[in-house]
Structures are given as structure tokens and as C-alpha cells.
Design a protein around this ligand. Sequence first.
Ligand code: FDA
Length: 300
Amino acid sequence: MSLINKLIVAVVQLMPKSVVGFFSKKYIAGDTIEKAVKCVKDLNSRGIFATMDVLGESITRKEEAIEAKNKCIEVLDTIVKFKLMANLSLKPTQMGLSIDEDFAYKQIKELVEKARGIDNFVRIDMEDSPYTDKTISLFKKLRSDFNNVGIVLQAYLKRTTSDVITLNKMGTNYRLCKGIYIEPATIAYKDRQEIRSNYLKSLELMLKNGNYVGIATHDEYLIKEAYRLIKEMNIPKDKFEFQMLLGVREDLREKINKDGYKIRIYVPFGEDWYPYSIRRLKENPQVAGQIFKNIFSFEK
Ligand code: FDA
């Protein structure tokens, strides 16, 4: 990343919330469930699946976590009501993982149970490394009772292939992504090619074991390599899907869809959009650069 992009990324966080909101619009379906439904219906009409995420993370009180869980219940009810081709993604800290592990487990269990009753699925997102072990152990506990729950692993973590080997033993529905949080070099690869290589190694291990994998990336190199692996390993189409974020590389998602592969878009929505938007903008210095220009341009 160029120095100017690094600078731009650094100032994104200092920008007024309204400006961040304006430029984040493409990454977020809206602040209400009605707007999310409209977005998902639009994707579904083009044969694209969705996973719905009520924005929010790192809450500090149990009441907030219960409120977040209730919003997830509303999402599951809404999926049924509108017959959406969608499932639910959630963040463990949003369910209270940083407050009380057992409490978070019970909250997520309630959602997985509810999802099972309507033939739906819950994906547990992976957050930063203080929560990796706790999230995996919570998932394992759920997995022993439910088939309709999956986890996310991050290819930038050096531990990931060993986690795959452990989780493969119980038959796991994975989402594999590169990872978005800033982690120390002691535990995470920093080099782009090293991350890619760990991604492919993990993907191969997952597929070889017959697991279902959500291949979550916008990296054309990885998508090409995933196509190759799938072909070489003769992986049936009901054992994987591609996944992308709303508003990112729409050209590529259309191509994957046209190629006849299943694709699912992560559709975040809700009032608590700010931290998610900052992460997306930091990933995309071009957009951040545009914000910068608009703020500081005198040519109005
Ligand atoms: P990379 O960052 O190299 O991007 C490849 C290309 O995609 C870029 O060159 C650019 O063209 C484009 N691109 C990427 N991000 C963009 C953006 N914001 N705006 C515009 N263009 C962009 N992470 C995590 O830690 N825990 C999780 O649970 C999840 N969940 C998750 C679900 C889904 C469905 C996806 C697709 C991703 C996640 N992630 C995640 C995020 C993931 O870890 C990662 O940060 C991003 O996907 C970016 O990595 P890529 O593999 O796309 O490669």
C-alpha cells in the first residue's frame, strides 16, 4: 500500500460520522430490516443467496446482547415470512462472548435451535484473536448437538491449518476468509502471498475431508485457484459456495454466478453500522481517498 493510501486509511477514523456513512452506503443494506429485505430480494431475483447480519459487536451489557439476539430472531422470522434465500451470520461478542461465555453459548444455541426449526442455518463469524479459542470451543459445543451451524476460519492466522485438522474430525461447515483484524506477526502472516498460500492449504484440507466450504474472498487469484482445486479434486457443487461482501467486486460475483457456481452475499444492516464501515473503508483506500478529496476539495 502506498504511503498516501496509508495516510488516507489512518485519517478515515477521524472523519465525521456522516461522511463515513455516506461513503459506506454501498457496503450496508440500510439501517432497517425492511431495507435489508429489499436488498436480499433483489439479490435472490438474480439467483444470488444472502447471509444477513445485524450490525453490532463488542457489547458490554447482557441486556444489549439479549436485544441483539432478539433482532436475530426477527431476521429468522423475516426470512420465513418473505421466503428469502438467506441465512444468518452473527458475531459472538455481539451475543455476549466478552461478558460471559456460557451466556453467549446459550444465546447462540437459542438461535441455532430456532433456525433448525425453520430449516435454516447460523454462521458464527470469527472476530479478533482474543476470541478465537473461545469461539471455536463454543462452536464445538454447538456442533455436537446441531448440523445447522457453521464457523469462520481466517487464513492469516498461523494456527488455522491445525484448527482445520481438529474441526474436520467433527464434520464442519466452514467459511474461509483471509481475516480482517490487525493481529501481531507472532500469530499471523503478514505477507500477501503467505496468506494466500495458507488459504489454499486450508481450503484443500477442508474440501478433502468432504466438508461444506463457503469460499469467502474477492481475490481473483484465490478464486481462480479455488476453481482449479474444485475441478482437480472433483468436488460436487453441493459441497461449496463462493461468498462475497455486499458492495465489493460486483463484477466478479456476477461472473461466478454466470459460471454456474452458488454465490452468497454478506448483507449487513442495522443502526450500529459505524465499526463495520470503518473496516470496509480501511480495506479500500481508493474509496477512502475519494472521501479525503471530497472533504478537503475547495472546488465545490
Ligand atoms: P483482498 O483484501 O486482497 O481483496 C481482493 C480485492 O477485492 C481487492 O484488490 C479489491 O479489488 C477488492 N476489495 C476487497 N475489499 C474491498 C472493499 N472493502 N471495497 C472495495 N473493494 C474491495 N473477516 C473476518 O476476520 N471474520 C469474518 O467472520 C469475516 N467474514 C467474512 C464474510 C464474507 C462473506 C467475506 C467475503 C469476507 C469476510 N471477512 C471476514 C473479511 C475477510 O477476512 C477479508 O478482510 C476481506 O474479504 C478482504 O479479503 P479478500 O480475500 O477479498 O482479499
